[in-house]
Design a protein around this ligand. Sequence first.
Ligand SMILES: NC(=O)c1ccc[n+]([C@@H]2O[C@H](COP(=O)([O-])OP(=O)(O)OC[C@H]3O[C@@H](n4cnc5c(N)ncnc54)[C@H](O)[C@@H]3O)[C@@H](O)[C@H]2O)c1
Length: 282
Amino acid sequence: MIDFQAKVAVVTGGASGIGRAMAERFAEEGMRIVIADVEQSALEGTEAEMIADGAEVIAIRCDVSKAHDVKVLAEETIKAFDSVHILCNNAGVEISGSTWAIPLEDWEWVLGVNLWGVIHGLHYFVPLMLEHGQPSHIVNTASMAGLTSGGNMAPYHVSKHGVVTLSEVLHHEFAQAGAKIRVSVLCPGWVDTKIDESDRNRPSGRVSADDLEPSAKMFRDMFSRSVREGLAPKEVAEMVLKAIVDETFYVLPHAHWKNMIHSRMENIIEQRDPSIVLPPEM
Ligand SMILES: NC(=O)c1ccc[n+]([C@@H]2O[C@H](COP(=O)([O-])OP(=O)(O)OC[C@H]3O[C@@H](n4cnc5c(N)ncnc54)[C@H](O)[C@@H]3O)[C@@H](O)[C@H]2O)c1
């Protein structure tokens, strides 16, 4: 298990929401923190506030969908702190629409951030962890959307299912290699963050309501309402810290949503058609 004091944590998407809450929680444990994010102003604001709260933190602008940016992130981490022990591949974005109507550039954007971002993180940081050989932990942020399938956000589901299986593969590979690296995959339901405003970082700009199909517009409104009623990011960060301490692989902050996972698995085993099962409170 990791002794947190003075160890180094890198958190992508660390300027907002779940990522920021994880960075702040790790700092409370005495860790040195690298927050990486594509949104410069939020990054600077978070860095300044964390420093004011006594954290040892550096902020690095990084678009995780770009291999070069993540390579530089790893180099700058080593330059600043010599090592890395916790990597949270957390940056993520969402877009709504029917599978066939979502522009190809948006498929590329969502898969680029949510799936390639994690692949880039693993590619550049795992060798550093293997090299120092000390206990380390990787937390990949997937979603309940990575364990279930619903309509209106295909790129998000595809990317998050990818992150779940990637994490499972990694767990097997580290065990086979006898590496001292543990993995957790974080699969929350609704959390009260700015995920519903992901298009603030969309390469081609904000999505206008006028450009959405009626079903996508309705879905987007429902999505925002649900996010606002979600868990506080701090609560999720506390669960992540506990998962690192307990070496828990699947982190399910919305344990009461497990009926949706059960239903999907049963449909697969029984070879029934997929069914829509809503979380209990909806
Ligand atoms: N909020 C929820 O309900 C919820 C549920 C399940 C999973 N998640 C996942 O949690 C993670 C964190 O999202 P959040 O809910 O805190 O939303 P958020 O929008 O508050 O935070 C996401 C952060 O990622 C950053 N980001 C976006 N594109 C990036 C890029 N190309 N490179 C680097 N950083 C980038 C954003 O600037 C932002 O700071 C995401 O992976 C998201 O899919 C969120």
